[in-house]
Design a protein around this ligand. Structure first.
Ligand code: C2E
Ligand code: CA
Ligand code: CA
Ligand code: CA
Length: 280
């Protein structure tokens, strides 16, 4: 039936209500997610081009909600940032990722992933005690600090003051920092001159998104020149096809991440790929 204006508005309001309710519920449930053991970590390989050999992994958080199922971090991280839970959740991620990295190192030695990338949110960086906490976790878990790469977004470090200072201090203490989702923020290039980072992660929208075939390709090719000049490592994100991998390699990229090389997976799956498989 054709809805009159009033009915349509009614339908729209109801849908909005439902959405708002779902968000409020998720936000509330997030407060107890840690205590109830509902959070877990997946690991996605970061590989060398052209060999495809995994040199590191990115740690990606997941939330198994008791009734709503698996909730995406794109949904719940922003909620955790708003309700403040991100500080505690981020600490948990850092601690567990470092513990996993140390365990891999003990068990697999030179075959263990040599780089562990961990996402850090703006709220965490702005916490006065953040750097001390990282130090604490590093010494408690026994992880090699040189193997850690803390990924922060442009928007995070652009928030004036504390986050930028925290980035500087982390690097002074021998921890490496990556600028994540590079190119999606507002002042990307100038940011590179003010925020000293070790690694630049070129956003997947340039690599495999809608723009990847046109402007994306041009941007990707120019960014590698910038990073070489600034002695920053570049990682291309979101590599999904052989063709993309070949073009990135041709453009000068030697590090890549994406579904082509492996989806985010449990630690056990990563381990299965660590030991060299003897030829049959
Ligand atoms: P991100 O840091 O940019 O992480 C990469 C995202 O791209 C991941 O999504 C990953 O699964 C996805 N991805 C990897 N390869 C491909 C590909 O080839 N194609 C496409 N289309 N996507 C690919 P995921 O795991 O859903 O995480 C989404 C975002 O949530 C992350 O984006 C990050 O911003 C945030 N996040 C995840 N874990 C954490 C965490 O522990 N702490 C914080 N603060 N944020 C996190
Ligand atoms: Ca990341
Ligand atoms: Ca990213
Ligand atoms: Ca992202």
């Amino acid at each position: 039936a054709k809805a009159r204006g009033g009915d349509r508005r009614h339908w729209f309001d109801a849908a909005m209500d439902e959405q708002a309710q779902r968000t409020a519920r998720l936000s509330a449930d997030l407060l107890t997610a840690l205590d109830r053991d509902e959070l877990f970590l997946l690991y996605q390989p970061i590989v060398e081009l052209p060999s495809g050999r995994a040199t590191g992994v990115e740690v990606l958080l997941r939330w198994q909600h008791p009734t709503l199922g698996l909730v995406s971090p794109d949904v719940f991280i922003p909620l955790a940032e708003r309700n403040g839970r991100i500080v505690e959740i981020g600490r948990w991620v850092l601690e567990n990722a470092c513990r996993q990295a140390a365990a891999w190192h003990r068990r697999f030695g030179p075959h263990a992933p040599s780089k562990i990338s961990i996402n850090v949110s703006a709220r965490q960086l702005a916490e006065p005690g953040f750097v001390g906490e990282v130090e604490d976790i590093v010494s408690r878990t026994g992880v090699d600090r040189a193997s850690l790469l803390l990924e922060v977004t442009e928007t995070a470090v652009l928030e004036a003051g504390a986050p930028l200072e925290a980035v500087r201090e982390l690097r002074e203490r021998g921890l490496r920092v990556a600028l994540d989702d590079f190119g999606t923020g507002q002042s990307s290039l100038s940011l590179l001159l003010t925020v000293p980072v070790d690694v630049l992660k070129v956003d997947k929208s340039f690599v495999s998104g809608d723009a990847a075939d046109h402007a994306g390709a041009v941007i990707v090719e120019h960014l590698i020149g910038f990073t070489n000049g600034l002695r920053i490592e570049a990682v291309a994100e979101g590599v999904e096809t052989e063709d993309q991998a070949h073009r990135l390699h041709a453009a000068g990229y030697s590090l890549a991440q994406g579904y082509l090389f492996g989806h985010p997976a449990p630690a056990a799956d990563i381990e299965a790929g660590l030991l060299p498989v003897p030829l049959a």
